[in-house]
Structures are given as C-alpha cells and as structure tokens.
Design a protein around this ligand. Structure first.
Ligand code: CP3
Length: 347
C-alpha cells in the first residue's frame, strides 16, 4: 500500500492538500482517440474487458497524456454480475443490455467460482501497481447493489428507472435477494482488488438519487453500510470512496450511516453541503462534465468556484460524473493546468 508519496492517498487518510489531487471519472474512454483504436481491436466490450493487456493499456492511456493523481482500473460495473452468471451484452449506442431479472434467473447466479473467472482483473491490478509511480494511486471499484439492480430490472439504460422502482414496491423480496447477493459479492470482489494492489476502491451508486426516503435507507444505505463494514472487517485499512449520485441533501446521512472515507459529489451539490461534509470526511468532485465540454470561461469559473469552496479542506478534484465522449482533449489539459495553478484561489 502506498503512503505519503501519493497526494490522493494523503487526502483519503485525512490530510488537506493544496492544490488538490485530481482524477477524472471514466478517464479511460471514448474521448481518447487511442482508446477508440485499442477498443476496435477486440470484437466487443466484454471481450475487451476480459483481456489483461487491454485492461492495463486502457488504464494507462489517460495517464500517458495527463498528469493525473490516480489511475482507475479499466473495467465495468457489470463485469462482476456477468462473472456470477448474469446473461448480458454491451450493445453499440445503447450500453449494457441485461436479461430482465426474475426469481428463476436469480437462482442461477452464484458467487462461487466468480472471482476465479476474473484472474485478468486481479493480475492487471497487480501489474499496474508495479508499473505506476508511487505518486499515482490505483483505484478499484464496483457498482452499488441498487444501481446494478436498476439495470437488472429494466434490462437496459433507462432515464427514470421506473421498472426497478416499481419492483421495489411490487416484488421487494426479489429485489432484496438480488441486493443481498450483490452486497456479499461486492465485499469479496473489493477485498480481492485491494489484495491485488488497489490502494482504494470506489462504490458507484449512479441511481441512488431516484429513491424515496424509505427506499434510500433500504436499497442504498443498508447495503453500502454492509459492504463498508464487512470490507473493513477483512481489511481494516481499506480506503473506501462512496459516490451516491443525485442525492445532495442525503449525503450527510450517507456519510454517517455508511462510514466511507470519502464521498463523491455530483455537480448539483452546493458549496455549503460540501463544506459541511468536509468537516468529517474527504470530499471528491464536482465539476459539471458539460463545463469541461464547454471549456473557456465556463470551465475556468467552475474550477475557480470549486477550489475556493473546497480547497482549504480534504478535497479530491474530479468531475461530478463521468467525462463525456465529446470532450475536447485540449479542455482536459486546461482543467489540469487550472487545478494545478489553484485557479484564482488566493493562497
Ligand atoms: O473510469 C474509468 O475510466 C474506468 C472504466 C469504467 C467504465 N465504466 C468503462 C466503460 C467505469 C468506472 C465504469 C462504471 C460504470 N459503468 C457505471 C458507474 C458510473 C457511471 O457512469 O454512472 C455505470 C452505470 C456503468 C454502466 C455502463 N457501462 C453504461 C451505462 C455504459 C454505456 C454508456 C457509455 O458510457 O457508453 C457502459 C459502457 C462503458 N463502460 C464504456 C466504457 C469506456 C463505453 C463502451 C465502449 O467503449 O465500447
């Protein structure tokens, strides 16, 4: 495990560092021409994600171009359910397409043997940790059970996740069984990632923000708390970042209930909320990815405001969600420079 040479890990371990460490959610991907080229060599996204050399190369690509403080394992949140037997494909221009969840399908899913089907992931992490400089933190990740369930019930990306929300009212025991299974699987998966060489892990809960209060407690807070508790039981030094998107007003509760070390904030989270969270944890975020697409004044003003609001405390600069494929590379370079120069933040 890395220690003081990594700015990112210093912040996760409780220090305020300025200028803050910086990485970008979905930093490997289609805004990089070299990613598109590499990806075109494999017939589909799942085979790409099963190929150790491709995983390593895709993980390193953004770091070859930009001086980022963290590398995130190239994979997807659906690789774990797929290894457990979930039938799914990735379709061009759609994304993940899953067989809609039924109790019959749930019975065919199993944790047994799943991690053994993912040697390329753990081998890639091990090699990446050896290849990366000590200043760069290596991140692993998983999808939160609720967000995985959203796609499992709908079968494909959806704007409001009506099918999964409806399922939470009409077939809660099916949803509960799936969430319980994925909670247990995530503990083993994240633990294995940390053992292989990841310095920290992030739990992506992209759809946490569409739940009502009761649903949020049951489907987001409880399973996430369980993952954090069990993972720390196996590895007391596990560094965990939670990213429940779209629930600004519930982040304080999320932090207190789950006990994550750092909390990812989407771009709707206010300076007031962020500063309050920063009193007890590291925060990460929260530039609107469209400010990065826009560049210029929109980018400069967004970065400056964020640095002014959060620069004095424990803070990791990031976008408020993944980088968009249409993002110009020059804007990413501008972002790095702005953050490294501290925006117009008076020092
Ligand atoms: O951050 C990184 O650079 C690591 C790689 C990474 C991917 N997906 C690669 C990917 C990570 C961390 C993810 C997480 C992920 N995947 C989430 C949570 C974060 C978020 O964005 O909300 C979710 C919900 C998914 C599911 C998923 N995978 C969708 C909805 C899609 C299609 C939409 C899209 O962006 O294309 C994917 C496919 C996917 N995952 C791609 C990449 C680079 C694009 C597919 C391709 O290159 O062919």
């Amino acid at each position: 495990m890395l220690e003081l040479s990594s700015k990112m890990l210093r912040v996760l371990d409780g220090e305020a560092v300025f200028p803050p460490p910086l990485w970008i959610m979905r930093q490997a991907g289609r805004y990089l021409p070299e990613y598109i080229e590499l990806r075109s060599r494999q017939k589909n996204f799942l085979s790409f994600c099963s190929h150790e050399e491709s995983i390593i190369e895709a993980t390193l690509q953004p770091l070859r171009r930009f001086e980022l403080d963290a590398a995130i394992l190239f994979s997807d949140i659906f690789i774990l359910p797929h290894a457990m037997g979930y039938p799914l494909t990735f379709e061009e221009r759609i994304g993940p397409v899953l067989r809609p969840l039924t109790s019959g399908l749930l019975k065919t899913l199993s944790l047994s043997g799943a991690l053994e089907r993912l040697p390329h992931i753990f081998q890639a992490l091990k090699r990446l940790r050896q290849m990366l400089p000590e200043t760069v933190a290596l991140l692993g990740f998983c999808g939160a059970p609720w967000s995985l369930a959203c796609y499992a019930f709908s079968g494909r990306p959806s704007a409001d996740q009506a099918v999964a929300r409806q399922a939470s009212y009409t077939t809660p025991s099916l949803l509960q069984d799936f969430v319980t299974l994925m909670t247990e699987a995530s503990v083993f998966y994240l633990h294995a990632q940390l053992e292989a060489g990841a310095d920290a892990v992030q739990i992506f809960d992209t759809w946490a923000g569409i739940l009502d209060e009761e649903g949020f407690a049951r489907w987001c807070l409880t399973p996430t708390k369980e993952i954090v508790t069990q993972l720390r039981h196996k590895n007391p030094r596990a560094r965990i970042i939670g990213f429940p998107k779209g629930c600004a007003h519930r982040l304080r509760t999320y932090l207190e209930v789950t006990g994550v070390d750092a909390i990812g904030m989407d771009w709707t989270v206010s300076a007031e909320i962020g500063k309050d969270l920063q009193k007890t944890a590291a925060i990460q975020g929260n530039l609107d990815p469209l400010r990065l697409v826009s560049g210029g004044k929109a980018l400069r003003e967004g970065v400056t405001r964020i640095l002014e609001s959060f620069g004095k405390g424990r803070f990791i600069f990031n976008l408020g969600h993944g980088i968009r494929p249409e993002t110009p590379l020059a804007h990413v370079q501008d972002l790095l420079q702005l953050v490294r120069e501290g925006g117009s933040f008076p020092r």
